[in-house]
Design a protein. Structure first.
Length: 128
């Protein structure tokens, strides 16, 4: 049985190795050694991302757009996570506010703290 020894993630290389290992074991069965390793990796990865990521002070929609670009996502991919292309389009064009469900899903997908997505921002006037 292969055992990995994990330490604090201190470099981009360490981070990439941790992400690669996470992808290999992300469906580990609860209670196994791989599951324990997975839980440790999640904490280490999250701490490294928190310490190295400085998100700009912009409204939630601009922040989503910035992270989409950083991760190489397009609106269609966001819609596949949320489930409704029309709603995602309206939100990205400031015609509809983010819902709580969207905030949860986009926070996880784009690695944006939810508290940054719940901030108020102006919507464009929609003429009926």
């Amino acid at each position: 049985m292969e055992k990995n020894a994990w330490f604090l993630i201190e470099s981009e290389n360490d981070y990439l190795q941790a992400l690669e290992r996470y992808e290999q074991i992300k469906y580990a069965e609860k209670g196994t050694d791989k599951y324990k390793e997975l839980k440790l990796l999640v904490k280490l990865i999250a701490e490294y991302e928190r310490s190295t990521s400085e998100l700009p002070d912009v409204d939630p929609i601009e922040l989503i757009k910035i992270r989409m670009e950083e991760f190489g996502y397009n609106p269609k991919e966001l819609a596949s996570v949320y489930g409704d292309k029309g709603t995602v389009s309206k939100v990205l064009n400031y015609k509809q506010a983010l819902s709580l469900n969207m905030i949860r899903k986009f926070s996880a997908l784009l690695k944006i703290p939810a508290d940054l997505l719940i901030r108020e921002y102006p919507l464009k006037n929609v003429v009926a």
